[in-house]
Design a protein around this ligand. Structure first.
Ligand SMILES: [Zn+2]
Ligand SMILES: [Zn+2]
Length: 168
């Protein structure tokens, strides 16, 4: 199903340069994830900012907000968090796909969804921790040492051979 929530008409913007267009949009951006973090299922992404006509097209600047879930890299517990991403991207009429760092203007409108998706994926934390001092899983018996003290001191064990890493 195509998502129309992030489409904005730029007709007026292009015919009246100098008058920025304020945008407040909300919609779903689908399953976006990196290995240990993802957009919470069904969470709406809110986008606010402005579009401005510039020499080569239309510039968006603003902020996207969405709920995410992160998986602690030490104890594997899941936490919810708010992701807030600042975005500033150019949309061009003579967009060339292989140049890659701008987005297309489709005739009379821009679709901000791809830009939002890209920004959110880039901002997802690559190696989250539930807390800085997370004790992680015991490399001997596998219990969550934040919850249980199993008595293993695991001294001399190379943490690279932990149960957690063997699962990866
Ligand atoms: Zn943890
Ligand atoms: Zn243990």
């Amino acid at each position: 199903m195509s998502n129309r929530d992030f489409k904005v008409s730029v007709t007026k913007l292009l015919s009246h340069p100098g008058e920025p267009l304020e945008v407040e949009l909300a919609g779903l951006i689908g399953d976006q994830f990196v290995s240990s973090a993802w957009v919470e299922e069904g969470s709406t992404t809110h986008l606010s900012g402005s579009l401005e006509a510039v020499h080569s097209g239309v510039m968006f600047s603003g902020v996207a907000k969405v709920n995410i879930v992160t998986e602690c890299r030490r104890c594997l517990c899941h936490s919810k968090a708010d992701l807030v991403v600042e975005i500033r991207e150019l949309f061009e009429s003579d967009y060339k796909e292989d140049e890659g760092d701008t987005y297309p203007i489709h005739g009379e409108f821009v679709d901000l969804e791809e830009m939002v998706r890209d920004a959110v994926v880039l901002a997802l934390p690559p190696a989250p921790l539930c807390k800085e001092e997370c004790a992680g899983l015991c490399v001997t018996c596998g219990v969550d040492k934040n919850l249980v003290s199993c008595g293993h001191d695991n001294q001399g064990r190379d943490p690279r051979f932990s149960i957690l890493d063997q699962l990866r």
